[in-house]
Design a protein around this ligand. Structure first.
Ligand code: GDP
Length: 435
């Protein structure tokens, strides 16, 4: 999907505009463990065109001086985005910081749209004229808080999207990526996996953008593609300067993957960033496997595995379906299990359940735990059917979708999971009114 990046100095209203563009998507996604809180990256859509939106202002560049921060943010946008939206603020007119950002953006060949925020009513439109001096073309007057002008801006933005890229692999090829903080051992695991005697590495291709994909076949002839998070093999100064930036790289890889291996470092335990990235994989409907690396470094007793599993289950509550594997890239412990687990999860993602069988499960579930009622009215479930795979997605037709509470939907999900093997994959349950 194309990427739109928002840049601009602090307090011009970037996050308000981000939320406007993302719209209700944020609220429809369940916010468990703060996955959707203070997000800087989200999927969004305009006129049927889907894209990813990054608020570079949210990228935490640590203690860098102010001007360096906005400079890096602009550089990240230039590197990552297909279209850049540069936001300024009519109340402050053109500031030195705006000019600085503009100067950096001159260097890019990518389309830059200049938006002037806080133009809250048509009488204020005259105030945008100063902004022509930034030399970035016609300014777009917008109001993040009133939602004005955003449509025109997005029309222009999607007009600049590149031609759609074809996915370059066959559907039978299993695409996976390893994500995790720097130094958890992603590269070591990959090298060890690819170094396995029975693995045939058939090609290393520079494909989409700067990602480096590695294709290989296991001893059963299953084809895999390892999608590199790019940052792993190509590290530049900006890349290293921020962990959040590597999050964005990871998100790119997640998007192209069927299965995501969330790599944790056994020595360090679970960090906030691990949860964030794993949360994105979950939201994107990808298969997820939790890989605890550096297992060799721990002094273990009978409870080590159990304790670690318990921590993972409580910290990653929304990933209750994800298998956990304890490995060591150094001793190669259990590394040979990874391909078969990836394969299993990928198969589960593509599972299709017959409607008749599914409806039996739903009927049993309802008999066991009656549907909620409200003011004497009961939620009625008419039937359910699977409408998609990757991730398996079910539509439940009911008399009144409002009455399908999260807890009941979760109950149905659990019943479905108890009956069918959906290990490693999120499943989605949508509720629709029967016409
Ligand atoms: P990446 O940044 O996630 O790709 O991490 P690397 O693969 O570069 O590994 C970071 C460091 O951890 C290197 O010094 C590795 O040798 C070390 N390392 C990786 N895996 C293991 C492991 O399983 N056990 C131990 N003890 N060290 C590991």
């Amino acid at each position: 999907k194309p990427v739109i990046a928002i840049v601009g100095r602090p307090n011009v209203g970037k996050s308000t505009i981000f939320n406007r563009i993302v719209g209700e998507r944020i609220s429809i996604v369940e916010d468990i463990s703060g996955v959707t809180r203070d997000r800087i990256y989200s999927q969004a859509e305009w006129l049927g065109k889907e894209f990813n939106l990054i608020d570079t202002g949210g990228i935490d560049l640590g203690d860098e001086p102010f001007l360096d921060q906005i400079k890096y943010q602009a550089e990240i946008a230039m590197e990552e985005a297909d279209v850049i939206i540069f936001i300024t603020n009519s109340r402050d007119s053109v500031t030195d910081a705006d000019e600085n950002v503009a100067k950096i953006l001159y260097r890019t060949k990518k389309p830059v749209l200049l938006a002037v925020n806080k133009v809250d009513n048509p009488d204020m439109r005259a105030e945008i004229f100063d902004f022509y001096t930034l030399g970035l073309g016609e300014p777009y007057p917008i109001s993040g808080s009133h939602g004005l002008g955003i449509g025109d801006l997005l029309d222009a933005a999607i007009g600049h999207f590149p031609e759609e890229e074809e996915e370059e692999y066959d559907d039978s090829v299993i695409k996976f990526s390893l994500i995790g903080r720097p130094n958890v051992g992603k590269s070591s695991i990959i090298n060890a996996m690819l170094g396995e005697e029975r693995v045939i590495v058939s090609s290393v291709a520079g494909t989409t953008r700067d990602a480096i994909d590695t294709q290989f076949t296991d001893n059963e002839g299953t084809e895999f593609v390892m999608i590199d998070t790019a940052g792993m093999r190509k590290r530049g100064k900006v890349y290293e300067s921020t962990e959040k930036y590597s999050v964005m790289r990871a998100l790119r890889a997640i998007e192209r993957s069927d299965v995501v291996l969330v790599v944790l470092n056994a020595e360090e335990g679970i960090r906030e960033q691990d949860k964030k990235v794993a949360g994105y994989a979950h939201e994107a409907g990808k298969g997820v496997i939790i890989v605890v690396n550096k297992w060799d470094t721990l002094d273990k007793d009978n409870n080590t595995v159990k304790d670690f599993e318990r921590d993972i289950r409580s910290e990653f509550a929304y990933l209750s379906y994800a298998p956990i594997v304890f490995v060591s890239a150094v001793t190669k412990q259990r590394l040979n299990k990874l391909p078969e687990i990836i394969k299993r999860v990928s198969e589960n993602q593509r599972l299709r359940i017959q409607s008749s069988v599914l409806n039996d499960v739903i009927l049993d579930a309802v008999a066991m735990n009656p549907t909620p009622t409200d003011k004497g009215k009961r939620l009625r479930i008419f039937y359910a059917t699977q409408v998609a795979i990757k991730p398996p997605t079910f539509v439940v037709f009911v008399n009144d979708p409002e009455m399908m509470h999260f807890s009941y939907s979760r109950f149905l999900e659990n019943r479905i999971r108890d009956t069918f093997v959906f290990e490693g994959t999120p499943i989605r349950i949508l509720t629709r009114q029967r016409k």
